[in-house]
Write a protein that binds this ligand. Structure first.
Ligand SMILES: [Fe+2]
Ligand SMILES: [Fe+2]
Length: 219
């Protein structure tokens, strides 16, 4: 398979599996339990700091200059998202001073991504797939914010965060077109992408059953 054919197939498979991430529940912005924009933004802080750190660690462990630059761009964007979300939380009345989103440790997806050693796997899982998931989750979150009457958070996601995450996904796509050129590289990339989607699906189910959380934004 050519790299173009491989990426097209990966795209189709990813989009098909991503439909599973759409919550079955209809939107419930009337805030049942802890499902509020504020609490979902706290989940977002953890996602953004993890995304910052993943890209930062990979930036220094690759010799490939375009890949380095792609991760560097991502580090800056994810850190910017963290700051914007923290500022929005402050406006909503949450004082983030002393709040450590990593106090309970890193999540399972972060832990899995840290096991990946080849650039093609990292780009397939961390950029192409994780960021495709983010785009879908952010669209759902924007809808949730609008139903909850929080226009400002919706606008922040629509105008800045979601376009950035889409750009990270596209960075992953262009790097894969150059990197996924052998059957071995394609197999490794596909496996890493599949595992990332499976973990995201599993985590979403767990969040729904244990904390009633759906519509949590991605990064
Ligand atoms: Fe991102
Ligand atoms: Fe982000």
């Amino acid at each position: 398979m050519t790299a173009e054919e491989f990426v097209a197939r990966l795209d189709t498979d990813t989009q098909r599996l991503l439909r599973n991430l759409a919550p079955d529940d209809t939107l419930r912005p009337e805030v049942q339990g802890d499902l509020t924009v504020l609490n979902l933004l706290k989940v977002a802080l953890k996602n953004e700091i993890e995304a910052t750190e993943i890209a930062g660690r990979w930036l220094v462990t690759t010799d490939d200059i375009p890949v380095k630059l792609a991760f560097a761009r991502q580090v800056g964007d994810e850190a910017k998202h963290y700051r914007m979300i923290a500022e929005r939380l402050r406006a909503l009345g949450f004082d983030g001073a002393g709040f450590d989103p990593l106090a309970k440790g890193y999540g399972p997806l972060f832990t899995y991504l840290m096991t990946l050693t080849t650039t093609v796997e990292r780009v397939a899982a961390g950029q192409f797939t994780r960021e495709a998931i983010a785009v879908v989750k952010n669209r759902q979150f924007i809808e949730f914010c609008e139903h909850a009457g929080d226009r400002e958070t919706a606008t922040m996601y629509r105008d800045v965060i979601e376009p950035d995450e889409r750009y990270h996904h596209e960075l992953g796509r262009s790097l894969l077109l150059r990197l996924a050129v052998t059957p071995e590289a394609q197999a490794a990339a596909a496996a890493a992408a599949r595992k990332t989607l499976a973990l995201a699906d599993e985590l979403q189910r767990a969040a729904l059953t244990t904390a009633g959380i759906h519509h949590a934004p991605g990064c």
